[in-house]
Design a protein around this ligand. Structure first.
Ligand code: FE
Length: 212
């Protein structure tokens, strides 16, 4: 019951969101996470709750409303989830997001590794490409600017401040994800999404440079 209620709650929070962090993203992450968790023998309830709540306190939305802080924690307490479990879930949510190409975000538990993998997989492939341009647009980023080269962000602060065009984001984040998967299952799933992004970038630059 708590899972169903959490689904409804998260759906009500992010339904119709337009930067790629909408309900359908959450649902895909949850479905992928469960698929991986079944293969990797993880605690399904922790994986599912963490996946459903993984973006509700995200830094990307903080500027919209500071009052959003602690949404996941409040919800879990309200639903009488045992304190130990809440602690584990909050730890996962805290570590899950990508904080820059040179910034390590190690995950302690197998459940956390799985949710992080599922979230990262959703940033790759055809869906990942669509989300990246949607997000870039929301941050007023150019699609591409050949005069601006990609850079490696060594701190989370630099990564957040980056105003670089969206094609750079592939080199600064998306193409690095394949080698950052935690689980063997996700590593395999990442391969075709990765090669599709390379194919896409080739095609994009071919058209841009009039070589097509
Ligand atoms: Fe996410």
């Amino acid at each position: 019951m708590v899972i169903k209620n959490t689904q409804d709650y998260v759906k009500s929070l992010c339904y119709g969101e337009t930067t790629g962090h909408d309900w359908w993203h959450v649902l895909r992450v949850r479905n992928t996470a469960i698929k991986i968790a079944e293969i990797e023998n993880a605690d399904l309830e922790i994986v599912e709750l963490s996946a459903l709540l993984h973006d509700v306190d995200d830094w990307k939305f903080k500027e919209k409303s500071e009052a959003n802080e602690g949404i996941a924690e409040k919800w879990l307490k309200k639903n009488k989830i045992p304190a130990k479990k809440i602690e584990l879930i909050l730890e996962i949510i805290e570590c899950v997001s990508f904080k820059g190409s040179g910034v390590e975000t190690p995950m302690r538990t197998i459940e956390g590794k799985i949710v992080q993998d599922a979230d990262r997989l959703d940033a790759m492939g055809a869906v990942g490409i669509a989300r990246t341009f949607a997000y870039g647009g929301s941050r007023k980023r150019e699609l591409y600017n050949p005069e601006e080269k990609p850079e490696i962000h060594s701190s989370f602060e630099d990564y957040k401040k980056s105003k670089s065009h969206t094609i750079n984001h592939f080199y600064e984040k998306l193409l690095l994800l394949k080698d950052r998967m935690n689980t063997e299952t996700a590593k395999k799933m990442a391969e075709s999404r990765h090669s599709f992004m390379l194919e896409y970038l080739n095609r994009f630059l071919e058209e841009w440079e009039g070589r097509d």
